[in-house]
Every structure is written in structure tokens, then in C-alpha cells.
Ligand binder design. Structure first.
Ligand SMILES: [Zn+2]
Length: 202
């Protein structure tokens, strides 16, 4: 039984990195279901914040490793057809947000490069899933972050933050296996939809 979140990172790192949306989805699903059913019940929000958010802020590239050729501006320019606006009205520690009434994504122009990049993809997932939410809804977060994970993995971004966040979200979902099955087609479709704009990184 593993008790430390860093143990789970090792599991992920040992997976092979086949370039297929379906394979990445299947591999990730297996691990999420296994961890949830195997009892990551000690998993708490405080742990996640301590082990990921703080690390991400203070030690860049500890939890999110981005290849050198991938920049926020580069990805932003690829996704320019979607309604995204840069803003300086976000709280400092927020990378961005999706605003359902206006069907628009806002990115904090003062956030760190990696936080902007990750938020851009995550919030666009909410937009593409047409999530009509303004609060934390586990299934919506599962769909958005799961899709983000698949997209980023295809681009060669190793995002350990996503893994922690998915595990955190999974704790709030009763039947995780069934939920992932129900969401599967939409996650795959949305991953491909976003990746179509990002061919230059594949
Ligand atoms: Zn979200």
C-alpha cells in the first residue's frame, strides 16, 4: 500500500509513452480506477495543495515538465479561433477561468507561463464540453482535467498536477469506473478536437 503521492508519480513515469489518444486514455483510466478502488482514502485536499500547488509555484518544472518548443504564446496562437481573452482581473494564484454565461475563457495574464498554458487547455475543455457551471462539480472537473491530461500528454507535457487533481476529483465520484466509461467518448472527441489545432506539436 502506497501512502505518498510521489509514489504514484513513479507509477506514471514508468508507463510507456505511446502516441495515441486512445492508449493514453486507457492507461490513465486504469490507473485512476485502480487508485480510487484501491483506496486513496487518505487523500485530502490539503495534501494535494501541499504536494502540488506549493511545489508548482515555488519550484518550477517539478510537477509539470514542458518541452522547450512549447510556449503559452505558441499554443494560444494555435487556439485563437476559440473565445479566449487575457485579463489582469484574476486573483494572483488563478491561471484562468471559464465563464459560462458569456461562453468565454479568461486567462490571467499575470500567471506563470505553465499555469497559463495549463489553464488555457483546461478552461477550453469546459467551453467545449459546454459545462454550465460556476462552481466545483466533480464530473465536470473530471471531464475537463482528464481531457487536458490526454492533450498535454500527446504534446509531450508531463503534468503531474493533473494526476493529483484527477485523484482528488475521483474521491467525490461514487462509481468512478462507470463515470469514466460514460465520459469516455466525449473526452476522446474533445481531446482530438483540441489536438487538431495543435498538429505542429505532435
Ligand atoms: Zn475546471
Amino acid at each position: 500500500m502506497k501512502n505518498r503521492f510521489s509514489d504514484y508519480i513513479v507509477d506514471f513515469n514508468q508507463q510507456d509513452k505511446a502516441k495515441s489518444v486512445e492508449k493514453i486514455f486507457d492507461d490513465f483510466s486504469k490507473v485512476v480506477i485502480e487508485k480510487k478502488n484501491g483506496g486513496v482514502d487518505n487523500f485530502s485536499f490539503e495534501d494535494m495543495m501541499r504536494l502540488t500547488m506549493k511545489k508548482i509555484k515555488k519550484e518550477s518544472n517539478v510537477d509539470i515538465n514542458v518541452p522547450e518548443n512549447i510556449t503559452f504564446d505558441g499554443v494560444f496562437n494555435c487556439l485563437v479561433k476559440y473565445p479566449v481573452e487575457m485579463t489582469n482581473r484574476c486573483p494572483e494564484n488563478v491561471g484562468g477561468a471559464y465563464f459560462p454565461p458569456g461562453r468565454k475563457v479568461y486567462i490571467n495574464q499575470n500567471a506563470r507561463e505553465i499555469d497559463k498554458l495549463h489553464s488555457l487547455i483546461h478552461e477550453l475543455c469546459h467551453y467545449l464540453f459546454k459545462h454550465d457551471i460556476g462552481e466545483y462539480v466533480p464530473r465536470c472537473e473530471l471531464e475537463a482535467e482528464f481531457t487536458t491530461y490526454v492533450v498535454e500528454k500527446m504534446m509531450g507535457i508531463e503534468n503531474h498536477h493533473s494526476k493529483f487533481y484527477i485523484f482528488f476529483v475521483a474521491q467525490d465520484i461514487d462509481n468512478i469506473e462507470q463515470t469514466i466509461n460514460i465520459c469516455k467518448d466525449d473526452i476522446l472527441r474533445t481531446s482530438k478536437q483540441l489536438l487538431q489545432n495543435l498538429d505542429c506539436y505532435l
